[in-house]
Design a protein around this ligand. Structure first.
Ligand code: NAP
Length: 505
């Protein structure tokens, strides 16, 4: 508060009504919803010099979606031009740009603005947003849309810093480096390696794939979309809507029944595992290689993938699956625990991202009421947020994808539901001329207790996850990625939760 010369106390006014942090699809979805609600006094902050999040950063060879594109897009902005059932990454990046232009978001973008911390000014009921260059802006509301999979994780293998030849992380691919005719090592066999390995195998001289934990692979029914179908989608959008509905329902059934209600639906997950095993048998001829590629933990404990060409790549004479642990990296190669050194020209780390750990979720400090810091609170007291969106003591602050936020078939359906929740809070605050919106502690705590109870039915507690090495688990042994509910329930609860669950002042 400021005291004027006349003695009147004037509240500090925020520069922006809303600040969105992040310009991946979550941030873009947030911006679209704000504009559609008639709110234009907002900015979208981005640490990089371009938008697109995951699809800007990840452009390694072979990148594509592994959920059908009709589902992996906004419900209100279907794209009739996808080239394939599972579109390549560059089309997703183009789609992000298309959405930004079509919905008038470009003037709101602020690039090269890496948020370092946000601090709640309780006296004036606004957030200060500090960036790394020391600039400060203020907003009544913050919508955090920084995603989970953004900070590349390099493997902590002895000697890696001594490797004297090119080393790449898949999330920072360098296309000026040709792999043709080279000896290449890929460390990691997650969903990224599943796409990369079959794409580069035909061009490299030798490929060593270092696997620590095998991944469950489901067949991927990919195909080019014929031009007639694209024309049909363009002329009669409801036809694409129907395709979306069909893929939504099938993915939702596997996801919800198999993963959320595993305890009650064990036979379903066992059927999925049987399909994957048969797929492996169809694709890999050598029984020993098959054995090595067979996971010994249950399907769903860690992120499975979809591919019809990854497994059969191990039939190639220039591809070696290495399951012996890595002891160290030398200036010229990789030494395994049995003492064998494989000399390589390029080292590729397909080793994923930092996920649920302090400093990553969120990627900046958030100081709420009384200076409580959100990352530290979550790290010490377990990840938690009312419907993945809000936390007591952090008024006017919302996360699009907070703890226990993701479920159902479509990432985009989740963004839309989370935004429905957040928009109800912001528009109600506007109607009531409220400047403080905070989830009531008792509602939040009851919700978290419900989540923890429901978690016990999920795949994480019912399908031999011990050996899975899964990033879904945090240091407390919780799995705060998955919302243990159906996508339908998420849809309903986002739109119809009692608005009195929040305190408006
Ligand atoms: P990831 O799933 O975390 O996999 C990382 C891999 O690196 C694992 O195989 C891991 O082994 C291995 N690894 C890590 N550190 C290692 C070390 N020190 N020594 C040996 N191996 C090590 O990462 P990702 O494959 O990049 O995928 C991340 C996520 O991105 C996916 O789960 C998915 O959500 C998303 N993604 C989506 C798509 C899509 O099409 N939509 C495509 C790619 C990725 P352990 O398993 O033993 O830890």
């Amino acid at each position: 508060m400021k005291q004027s010369a006349a003695g009147a106390v004037s509240a500090r006014q925020p520069e922006h009504e809303v600040v969105i942090i992040g310009t991946g699809f979550a941030g873009i979805g947030a911006g679209i919803r704000l504009r559609q609600s008639g709110i234009t006094a907002f900015v979208m902050l981005e640490s990089a010099d371009d938008l697109g999040g995951t699809w800007r950063d990840n452009h390694y060879p072979g990148i594509a979606v592994d959920i059908p594109s009709s589902t992996y897009s906004f419900s209100f902005e279907q794209n009739p031009s996808w080239s394939r059932v599972f579109a390549p990454g560059r089309e997703l990046y183009a789609y992000a740009n298309h959405c930004v232009d079509k919905y008038g978001l470009r003037p709101h973008l602020r690039f090269n603005t890496r948020v370092e911390k946000t601090v709640f000014d309780a006296d004036n009921r606004l957030w200060e947003i500090h960036d790394q260059q020391g600039r400060v802006m203020t907003a009544r509301f913050v919508v955090s849309a920084t995603g989970y999979l953004t900070q590349p994780k390099n493997p902590d293998i002895a000697g890696i810093e001594t490797f004297s030849r090119p080393i790449l992380h898949t999330a920072r691919w360098d296309h000026s480096l040709s792999l043709a005719g080279k000896r290449v090592a890929v460390i990691g066999t997650g969903a990224t390696a599943v796409q990369l390995v079959p794409t580069i195998a035909p061009e490299v001289r030798q490929l060593h794939v270092f696997q620590r934990t095998p991944i469950w692979i489901f067949p991927k029914p990919d195909a080019e979309i014929p031009w007639v179908l694209k024309k049909l989608y363009e002329r009669l959008p409801f036809t694409q809507g129907s395709a979306r509905m069909a893929t939504n329902i099938s993915t939702e059934l596997i996801m919800v029944l198999g993963v959320v209600y595993t305890k009650q639906m064990k036979p379903l997950i066992k059927t999925v595992e049987a399909i994957c095993r048969q797929h492996l048998k169809n694709q890999v001829s050598d029984p020993e290689t098959r054995r090595k590629l067979t996971p010994d933990y249950g399907f769903g404990c860690k992120r499975p993938s979809f591919s019809s060409d990854y497994l059969k790549t191990f039939n190639r004479s220039n591809v070696e699956l290495v399951t012996e642990g890595i002891e160290r990296i030398t200036p010229t190669g990789v030494v395994t625990n049995d003492g064998q050194e494989r000399e390589v020209d390029v080292l590729v780390c397909a080793t994923g991202f930092k996920v649920f750990e302090n400093g990553n979720t969120p990627t900046y400090k958030v100081y709420g009421v009384n200076g409580l810091e959100l990352g530290q609170f979550w790290d010490e007291q377990r990840y938690q947020a009312y419907q993945g969106a809000s936390v007591p003591d952090f008024p006017n602050y919302f996360t699009v994808m907070g703890p226990y936020a993701t479920t159902g078939a479509s990432w985009f359906a989740m963004i839309e539901s989370q935004m429905a929740h957040i928009m109800r809070c912001i528009t109600t605050a506007r109607e009531r001329r409220a400047t403080w919106v905070e989830i009531r502690r008792e509602v939040h705590d009851a919700y978290f207790a419900e989540i923890r109870e429901r978690q016990l039915s999920t795949v994480f507690y019912n399908n031999h996850c011990a050996g899975s090495n899964s990033y879904y688990f945090d240091r407390h042994g919780d799995a705060p990625f998955l919302r243990p509910s159906s996508g339908l329930e998420l849809w309903l609860r986002s739109r119809y939760f009692p608005i009195g669950n929040y305190r408006f002042a």
